[in-house]
Design a protein around this ligand. Structure first.
Ligand code: AMP
Length: 510
């Protein structure tokens, strides 16, 4: 393979040559850009990067709303060999200050409303440009000026497979956010594994409602659909009305669990409405078995749940053909090796929970400017995911929870997911989160935080009595609390650290 072909963008360019006038991006109003047009737009973004002095390997930090232009900018960075650094639009200015200092970007592209603050915090050698949600801003002025002049189009920047394509900051609930270093080869390997696993095709249309500052919306969904030659119908964000309106034009939908619960809460979401979609995929947080079951009842389709992370892309998936089971994330994707080990690194017996460690071509090389993490986050060449998992004798994986969410009460390990599944099965429960909080006697006490269905008379005693018949005594919650909703981040993950903080004094205060 030549150098240029190791640049991940070369794969998009190949598809563009093949698909030509076929639709690539489709907007909600029906306007579409062909593959040829998207490829030309990407070339213009790459040329604009070069024109302002962005060199291969330079970081381009981007905190903007999702738009066709923002995605062309992403692909333009790949094409020019720059390192794309996407940032959650929810990050505040003081958080942004940290990311700019850590990533050391050559260029920052931000919302016009942020431009003044960013100019104030970035050094004189950093260029700042703006891009808004409608796809305009002074960044686009530079791009348009170049787009009319084909003479600016440069070849795809040659890259080695191991060269950096992106730095993805993990959400980092504790301590500083870490930048996962993702290479061109990492992205190519995961895209190929996904196309194989889900058999994506060039007549697929993905309804894209996910944010594009996160790997789910940026890498997983875009790469798999586009490199299969399919088209992406881009919604600016998840919105039930918009999803319902566009769903009949789609064949594939990808979402976080909340998207599915919100669709199910709307009576207009019916079997007919979902009928053109051949594949509903879910991930980024655990899908409740109750949601899986209600979805099947309503639509006749079984959601395909998969598991992945910023550091490795998608790692396991339920099968496309074969059984999709609730509460399970299926089997390793092609190229991945998995092991489940105890504290000493010894292999766990089938079905016994332990730390999930992985190896494979899409696993990150390390963390940006954090060489010390190489020895804590990797063990003998295996990446330590931080997730506790079980695996059946025939290889099916289930995620039990984050290791840091494990509760150790009176010396016994309590896996929150096991308790949550029991609680969620009780009538009247919407959802639940089980956490450990400091306890003077047990070290940590199991506490259940529950969202009840409206108007249900479920109380603490009732929950404890029902659980008492199903769970060993040491696993039983010491307290059951009721809330209107669980704290979640933008990717629907329950923020257990927030809950732990909220209830830290529960036993201390008597
Ligand atoms: P992120 O890097 O933001 O994508 O977060 C990755 C983490 O999300 C994983 O380490 C898991 O803890 C969690 N996660 C992703 N998919 C699933 C899933 N299907 N079930 C349970 N947890 C998941």
């Amino acid at each position: 393979m030549t150098g240029a072909s190791q640049n991940f963008y070369a794969r998009f360019a190949e598809v563009a040559r093949r698909r030509g006038a076929a639709d690539c991006w489709i907007e909600p109003d029906g306007r579409a850009l062909s593959w040829t047009e998207v490829d030309a737009a990407v070339a213009a973004h790459a040329a604009a990067l070069r024109a302002i002095g962005v060199q291969p390997g330079d970081r381009v930090l981007v905190q903007v709303e999702k738009s066709v232009a923002s995605l062309a900018l992403y692909l333009g960075c790949l094409r020019a060999g720059a390192v794309f650094v996407p940032l959650n639009t929810a990050y505040t200015e003081s958080e942004l200050r940290y990311f700019i200092a850590d990533a050391g970007p050559r260029l920052v592209v931000c919302d016009p409303l942020r431009a003044r603050a960013v100019r104030g915090m970035a050094g004189a050698d950093v260029t700042v440009r703006t891009l808004d949600r409608s796809g305009s801003g002074d960044w686009m002025e530079g791009v348009s000026a170049l787009a009319v002049d084909a003479g600016h189009v440069q070849p795809i920047e040659p890259r080695a497979g191991g060269d950096l394509a992106a730095i993805v900051y993990t959400s980092g609930t504790t301590g500083r956010s870490k930048g996962a270093m993702v290479s061109h080869a990492n992205l190519a390997a995961n895209a190929a594994a996904l196309i194989a696993a889900w058999q994506l095709r060039d007549d697929d249309v993905l309804l894209h409602a996910l944010p594009t500052y996160h790997v789910h919306g940026l890498f997983v969904s875009l790469h798999s659909t586009l490199l299969a030659g399919g088209a992406v119908l881009l919604l600016p964000k998840f919105d039930v009305d918009a999803v319902l309106a566009q769903l009949p034009r789609a064949t594939v939908f990808m979402g976080v669990p909340t998207y599915y619960t919100r669709l199910l809460a709307d009576a207009r979401f019916t079997r007919e409405q979902a009928g053109s979609v051949r594949l509903f995929i879910c991930g980024s947080a655990p899908l409740l078995p109750a949601t899986f079951a209600r979805f099947e009842q309503r639509t006749g389709q079984r959601i395909l749940e998969r598991y992945g992370m910023s550091e490795a892309g998608i790692i396991t998936s339920n099968p496309l053909h074969g059984e999709r089971l609730p509460g399970s994330v299926g089997y390793p994707l092609q190229g991945f090796e998995l092991r489940i080990v105890d504290d000493q690194g010894r292999a766990c017996a089938p079905d016994a929970p332990g730390m999930l460690e992985i190896r494979g071509p899409s696993v990150l090389g390390g963390y940006w400017r954090r060489p010390e993490l190489q020895s804590t986050e990797f063990r003998d060449g295996w990446f330590v995911t931080g997730d506790l998992a079980t695996r059946t004798a025939e290889g099916r994986v289930a995620i039990v929870g984050r290791a840091r969410d494990l509760v150790i009460s009176g010396g016994f390990n309590v896996y929150p997911r096991e308790i949550e599944l029991e609680i969620d099965a009780l009538s009247g429960v919407g959802e639940s989160a089980v956490i450990g909080v400091p306890h003077p006697d047990f070290g940590e006490a199991v506490v259940a935080v529950i969202v009840r269905h409206r108007g249900v008379a479920l109380d603490e005693a009732g929950v404890l009595q029902a659980l008492g018949q199903r769970l060993a005594r040491f696993k039983l919650p010491k307290r059951v609390l009721f809330v209107d909703e669980l704290p979640r981040n933008a990717m629907a993950k329950v923020q257990k650290a927030v809950l732990r903080e909220t209830y830290a004094g529960l036993f201390r205060d008597g």
